[in-house]
Design a protein around this ligand. Sequence first.
Ligand SMILES: NC(=O)c1ccc[n+]([C@@H]2O[C@H](COP(=O)([O-])OP(=O)(O)OC[C@H]3O[C@@H](n4cnc5c(N)ncnc54)[C@H](O)[C@@H]3O)[C@@H](O)[C@H]2O)c1
Length: 299
Amino acid sequence: MMLRICLRKNIPYARPLFTESFYRLLSTRPERKLQDKVALITGGASGIGRAAATTFINNGAKVIIADIDQQHGRETVKELGPNATFVTCDVTKESDISSAVDFAVSEYKQLDIMYNNAGIPCKTPPSIVDLDLESFDKVMDINVRGVMVGIKHAARVMIPRGTGSILCTASVTGVIGGMAQHTYSVSKFAVIGIVKSLASELCRHGIRINCISPIAIPTPFVMNEMNQIYPHLESERLVEIVRNVGVLKGANCEPSDVANAALYLASDDARYVNGHNLVVDGGFTSFKSLEFPAPNQVQ
Ligand SMILES: NC(=O)c1ccc[n+]([C@@H]2O[C@H](COP(=O)([O-])OP(=O)(O)OC[C@H]3O[C@@H](n4cnc5c(N)ncnc54)[C@H](O)[C@@H]3O)[C@@H](O)[C@H]2O)c1
């Protein structure tokens, strides 16, 4: 309507308005939200990290996959094409993370996005009385210390540029207790705390830091656990059990849902979102039902 009025009255700004609207209507190419950005993703050889790598590249980014798993890392970059690179990285080794960040800078001149995503589950017994401290230390080493070191080295190269977006994968098990073994749950509460603490410093340098808390998704991480708990069940049944946890009718949480959340947080769409935990759980942690019995069921 506006366009038609402008043309008819021959108003001087009719042409730019027309041109802009015309191209917007005709453009079939989706907007590339990370054009020319450089992202480093730990744990990018599988599951959520791999989905994020795919989404980032589809949005114009160059991605460095930093993972301890060389075989899947190399297979992944082969599939993702020339905008993906693999570096071997064990997030428990500070020198590995430091080298991965330095590689990003030497290869692409900058690091715009650091996604601290690598994490492991925990098999300690359910009671605190039986807490296995060796296992506790191992999980903390990867899920918490690895995240801190990732942020440290990303900040080292981002602070001088005064820009950057840091992401971490937390979990719904770090939002409310009782959904996982204590050790894993505690590690994810820590990730959310790290993000809030670090935001207080990094905001002064123009760097945003946020995390994402997904609900259970049948990635290898979860499926290996499920196989151990239910060795007698087929994988289709195990996937069904994981999916049944969700509360949102008509949808299942997929790695691509987390990747889309990561894309949002990494991009300028979230330019004023900082210190935030973006929960991707279909509403699961937002409510509890009282589940009173129906009136006709009680005397
Ligand atoms: N799948 C879920 O249900 C779920 C839910 C919430 C949060 N998460 C979190 O998402 C993240 C990714 O998990 P996923 O589900 O994609 O699992 P995944 O097993 O598919 O991928 C994890 C990746 O991390 C890598 N990794 C493990 N230890 C590492 C180390 N020391 N150094 C570098 N890389 C290492 C693995 O090789 C693997 O490629 C984890 O932090 C996990 O805690 C997963």
